[in-house]
Structures are given as C-alpha cells and as structure tokens.
Design a binder for this molecule. Structure first.
Ligand SMILES: NC(=O)C1=CN([C@@H]2O[C@H](COP(=O)(O)OP(=O)(O)OC[C@H]3O[C@@H](n4cnc5c(N)ncnc54)[C@H](O)[C@@H]3O)[C@@H](O)[C@H]2O)C=CC1
Ligand SMILES: O=C(CO)COP(=O)(O)O
Length: 377
C-alpha cells in the first residue's frame, strides 16, 4: 500500500498557558499537523513537556505528541507564530498579554480558549484582548464547546465552535484547530460563544451544589433546563444570537460540564453542597475554577440589563454563606407568581412576554442579512 505523502512542517502556532486546557489544546493542534510551541510559566513544567512529552500534574497518563515543543520563554514561544492560542486563568489574561505584546507577530491572530470574565471590569476575554493589543477585532477569535480537557487528551471525539466577527478568521483558525478526534464548527457570534462558556460554569456550580446536598436527577434536570433559559436571556440581552446558546457553546457545554466529575466548577459546587465553606473549597481546588470568580461580575452585568438570573443569584448566596445549600432547590424551581415556561425560542406568557417579543423582533432586524447564526461546519 502506498504510504501517505510526508507532510512538511505545518503552520507555526503558539499556545500560552500549560495547564490542563492549554496542554490539551497544544496536543490537538500538533496532532492536526501544526508546528506548535507551548509556553509554560514554570520552567520545570516547560522542561517536562519538552523532554518527557508529559504534563504529569495536569494530564496524568497522557503522552504528548513528539513534535510538540515547549519553553518558559515568551519570546521564543511567540517568534513567528501566526496564530496564538491563549489559555491562562482569566484573571491573569491582561498581565500576560502585556508581557506578550512586544513579541507578537504583527499579523498574528489571537485565539482565546478561556471561559471567564475579568472580575475588575466584567469584560469578556476577547474584549480584554482588544483593549490590550493594537489589533483589529477581525484578528481575534474564541473557541468554546463541550471540551473537558482530560477526555480530549485521551483522544475521545468531541466538537467545538470557533467564533470571530470575521468569518474568514474563524475558518482559518478552525482549519488548523481540528484533527481526527476534534471537530470544529464556525460562527460569527463571539458574544454568544464566549458567554455560553462563562455562564455554563455558573449553572454547573449550581448542579454541583444540589448534587452535594444529595438531590437527584429531577432537580438537576430542572436546573439545567431553567439554567439554559437564564443563560440565553442574559447573552441575548448583550447581543448574542439565541441559536448560539442552544449549540455546542451553550447547551453542549452545559451538558458536559454539569454531568462530569472532571469539571472543576461542578466539583467546587459539590463541595459547597456538602457543607464546605468557600475558603476551604478554594483551598482544595488545585486548578482554575472560573465560575467562582464570574458570579459577581455576571450578576452586575445582568442587573445593568434588567435580566433576572435566579439560579446564579442563589449560587452567589451559597458562596457568600447566606443561603443554606439545601434550601437552593425550592428557590430554583418555584417562583412567587406562576409563570409560563418560556422555551428556547422565546415563547412566554405573563408580564415579560411582550417585552421579550419586542426584543426578539428588534434582534431579528438587527441581525438580518448576516446569514444563519448557528454553528456551521
Ligand atoms: N480544563 C478544561 O477542561 C477546560 C478549560 N477551559 C478554560 O481554559 C482556561 C485555563 O484553564 P485550565 O487550563 O483548565 O486551568 P489549569 O488550572 O489547569 O491551568 C492553568 C495554568 O495557568 C498557569 N497560571 C496560573 N496563574 C498564571 C498567571 N498569572 N500567568 C500565567 N499562567 C498562570 C498555571 O500554572 C497553570 O499552568 C480557563 O479559562 C478555563 O475555563 C476551557 C475549556 C476546557
Ligand atoms: O469548560 C470546560 C468543559 O467544556 C471545563 O469545565 P471546568 O472548568 O468546570 O472543568
């Protein structure tokens, strides 16, 4: 049988951040044929990846691709990189971008892999990138979806969405960030794609809490379903397409994160539900748990737009120690006034229906002519 032709060196890309997701994403890119250099903040971790092709703290038992290179030097990681994938904790993005800027290729596309908002500003990661770097928004992309790192590092098949306001950029990134076990779709709804990833973390914390308390599947299904409505209301109020929230970056990620013990947000919630205080939970979590930092800024943003988020509000109260976790479920599932169950297409009865209908019509007008907004391959 003829051997497949040898591929030349692929596109030079960099990954910033060598935690569980950064390392997994570097593997995705390298397995797809890209020439990848990953930057680790700690030299000993860079050395382990470079020499042993392992990241034993974050991805135990996983062999990394032989062609994946690693360094603790930002200048070396970024030299000549046409695409730069960023996966550091959200609260550290700004400082990391400032350090990276002098070494960035002038035409580089910056791709956020993160799922948090900046606590001090409430800004999404793509907004922070646009603020810090002197680049066009068309050179910024985000990737989100049901992407539990360890499953993907073991090459279990999954899908994700690449989003940029430039469809061309989204496609250019998607064509590199794909391989036999990782399928990428594209859209131009950056707001919906990013907020999907941020908001599902908060609902996953709520699911963890009721799990920790000992409630069963009905409670969790109720929270997932009502949580998705909350996520959609919030994201649409900020200009997202509702379809994005019922796609991979919304519902898809919500399902994965809410039901997996691999999820740090879910785990943190479970510990809270078991009665641990927030400070103990934070001490116990070895890895980034974005949801805990996002609750405050998301509720502030929701208040500014007049969006009700009863589930997220009660997560805040549990984190603050002002609500007993076991009291969370009745609050989540019972409203003072009986309401129509608004479904994902925005059908509602009662006081808010008219407001939502008008808003929907305005949204449709605003987005008309931009093409189908759902995840596209
Ligand atoms: N782990 C996962 O399954 C997924 C994570 N994400 C997102 O990826 C982002 C990164 O998360 P993970 O890799 O999972 O976290 P992690 O906790 O596994 O790794 C974070 C890495 O950042 C490093 N770090 C900590 N502070 C830093 C700083 N100030 N500057 C530079 N590096 C610093 C840590 O040493 C560690 O190597 C988060 O926004 C998360 O929501 C998105 C999809 C999947
Ligand atoms: O975003 C994720 C899966 O898509 C990872 O979730 P956690 O951050 O809760 O582990």
């Amino acid at each position: 049988m003829a051997r497949p032709p040898r591929r030349g060196p692929g596109k030079r890309v960099a990954v910033l951040g060598a935690g569980s997701w950064g390392t997994t994403f570097a593997k995705i890119l390298a397995d797809g044929g890209a020439d990848v250099m990953i930057w680790a903040r700690r030299p000993e971790l860079a050395r382990e990846i470079q020499e042993a092709k392992r990241n034993s703290d974050y991805l135990p038992g996983v062999n990394l691709p032989i062609n994946l290179r690693a360094t603790a030097r930002l200048d070396l990681a970024l030299a000549g990189a046409e695409q730069v994938y960023v996966s550091v904790p959200s609260q550290s993005l700004r400082e990391n971008l400032i350090a990276a800027e002098p070494h960035l290729h002038a035409e580089a596309t910056i791709v956020s892999l993160m799922k948090g908002v900046e606590k001090a500003t409430g800004h999404r990661m793509s907004e922070v990138i646009a603020e810090v770097l002197p680049i066009s928004e068309f050179k910024i992309a985000v990737i989100s979806g049901p992407n539990l790192a360890l499953e993907i590092a073991k090459e279990q098949p999954t899908a994700a969405v690449v989003s940029s306001t430039s469809l061309e950029t989204a496609q250019a990134v998607a064509s590199i960030a794909r391989n036999r076990y990782f399928r990428t779709f594209v859209n131009t709804d950056v707001i919906g794609t990013e907020f999907g990833g941020v908001l599902k973390n908060l609902i996953a914390v709520a699911i963890g809490i009721v799990d920790g308390v000992g409630y069963g599947e009905n409670t969790k299904a109720s929270i997932i379903t009502r949580g998705l409505v909350e996520m959609t209301d919030f994201a649409v109020a900020f200009g997202a397409h509702p379809e994005t929230l019922s796609g991979l970056a919304g519902l898809g990620d919500l399902i994965a994160t809410s039901q997996s013990p691999l999820s740090r947000n879910n785990t943190a919630g479970r510990l809270l539900g078991q009665g641990y205080h927030l400070a103990d939970v934070v001490n116990q979590m070895q890895q980034t748990t974005e949801g805990l930092a996002s609750v405050g800024p998301i509720l502030e943003l929701a208040r500014a737009k007049g969006v009700a988020m009863p589930i997220v509000e009660q997560v805040r109260q549990v984190l603050a120690g002002t609500l007993d976790p076991k009291d969370i479920a009745p609050h989540l599932t019972t409203d003072d006034e009986p309401q129509g169950e608004r479904t994902m297409d925005g059908q509602a009865e009662g006081g808010t229906a008219l407001r939502r209908a008008v808003k929907r019509a305005l949204d449709q007008l605003r987005h008309s002519g931009r093409g189908a907004p759902g995840d596209r391959s």
